[in-house]
Design a protein around this ligand. Structure first.
Ligand SMILES: NC(=O)c1ccc[n+]([C@@H]2O[C@H](COP(=O)([O-])OP(=O)(O)OC[C@H]3O[C@@H](n4cnc5c(N)ncnc54)[C@H](O)[C@@H]3O)[C@@H](O)[C@H]2O)c1
Length: 377
């Protein structure tokens, strides 16, 4: 999705948390390209890297502060000095498997960190002039995993669906969503919440599914597919997500929740075959061609991490794409609904929305110190 020219971002100074991560860095790059001054606040955990924003680091519009969002005094000082007109909150611990191994970091960053930001933002906003205070926005970026899973006969999700998180990750994000909502309702902080499906695109950390598959295929290692690969996920190109976020920031109603999907649902096995086709085309001289030969079907045990995650996403995706027609603010496959309501138009259409076009152009996902030869965009 692209924000149309008449819907320019009505903010000149924006604070972004988690702007050295996958989605946050795409937000930062876009804002700078649109002429918006950005303060990027990021602790640089294992999943954050300054390389993700290298392209804009020299811009006079760009500023970086290495800081933990749990540092209330530090965040308050940044707000007072930078005086943002809006805050986009993307800093988080994000990997489901890690949340099962070590949930404490998820509670700390996703819950305590969000609480700390809300408090600091509230004090900051309260000190603004009435006009500036009314224009200020706090956009919290969350996940569709907060809605948990449904039986196939259940009614589809809506933005009013009950929260039923199934992992420590989704529970911590759900808790953060509730905090954001409460700070809006109780204290009048002008908040918005967005819940999106699986993103893909440049600079995604290699632990996530698509980069994992690409790296394995490039190296001729096994590309692990659980079960028969029948599980389905909805895939959202990260640049489309950024367009949706900026449209929500510009046009969204305070206290609303916006669900953002890509309208590109694929069975896992079909996704992996597409990746193999692309790798074959991109690496015609690879000794690992055809890359389809790298696919390995793995068993999983009931209750395992992969089972938990895939069951959640499969059912969520099915409802999002197939039957979930009641979502008032959802971005549909053709973008029509949000086009009408929010002034955005599709950037990528049809087959390309399933990712065939973007993948060759970004080729290599972010990788630390592994010396992969693929180019980065
Ligand atoms: N990637 C997806 O498919 C997806 C789907 C739904 C929702 N989301 C949400 O979008 C947001 C961004 O996700 P992502 O995939 O870009 O994550 P990511 O893991 O790539 O990036 C997270 C960033 O947050 C920073 N960070 C972590 N803890 C911090 C702390 N305590 N203080 C300051 N910075 C900290 C990290 O250094 C990193 O730069 C998250 O809130 C996530 O829940 C992501």
């Amino acid at each position: 999705m692209r924000v149309t020219a008449d819907k320019k971002i009505p903010f000149r100074r924006v604070m972004v948390t988690g702007g050295c991560g996958f989605i946050g860095s795409a937000v930062v790059r876009r804002l700078i390209a649109e002429g918006v001054a950005v303060l990027n606040v990021d602790r640089l955990t294992y999943s954050g890297s300054p390389t993700t924003v290298e392209a804009v680091a020299a811009s006079p519009l760009y500023e970086f502060a290495r800081m933990d969002i749990c540092d209330g005094a530090g965040v308050a000082a940044l707000l007072t000095r930078f005086r943002p007109e809006a805050l986009l909150h993307l800093a988080a611990e994000t990997h489901v498997d890690r949340s099962i191994d070590g949930p404490a970091a998820f509670v700390e960053t996703n819950l305590v960190g969000t609480f700390t930001l809300l408090q600091a933002a509230l004090v900051y906003q309260g000190g603004l002039s009435p006009d500036d205070a009314a224009r200020f926005r706090f956009l919290h970026i969350s996940t569709d995993e907060v809605y948990g899973s449904l039986d196939f006969d259940d009614a589809p999700f809506t933005e009013a669906s009950q929260y039923q998180p199934n992992s420590p990750y989704s529970a911590s994000k759900a808790g953060a969503d509730h905090l954001v909502r409460a700070w809006g309702r109780t204290y009048g902080l002008p908040v918005l919440i967005s819940n999106c499906s699986n993103n893909y695109g440049p600079f995604q950390f290699p632990e996530k599914m698509i980069p994992t598959m690409i790296l394995a295929g490039l190296a001729g290692r096994a590309m692990p597919v659980y079960g028969a690969g029948e599980n389905r996920r909805d895939w959202l190109y990260v640049e489309d997500h950024v367009s949706a976020l900026l449209a929500i920031l510009a046009k969204g109603r305070i206290m609303e929740t916006y669900l953002v999907g890509g309208g590109a649902e694929l069975r896992n096995i079909d996704l992996v075959h597409r990746l193999c086709d692309l790798l074959d085309a991109l690496r015609p001289n690879s000794p690992h061609r055809p890359h389809h030969s790298c696919i390995r079907f793995c068993c999983r045990q009931a209750g395992s991490r992969s089972a938990l995650r895939d069951r959640e996403r499969q059912i969520t995706s099915r409802n999002r794409l197939g039957t979930d027609r009641k979502l008032r603010q959802r971005i549909e496959a053709d973008g029509a609904m949000v086009s009408r309501q929010r002034g955005v138009v599709p950037q990528i259409g049809g087959e390309q929305r399933c990712g065939c076009a973007p993948w060759p152009s970004w080729r290599a996902p972010r990788q630390r110190g592994a010396g992969m030869s693929g180019a980065r965009t």
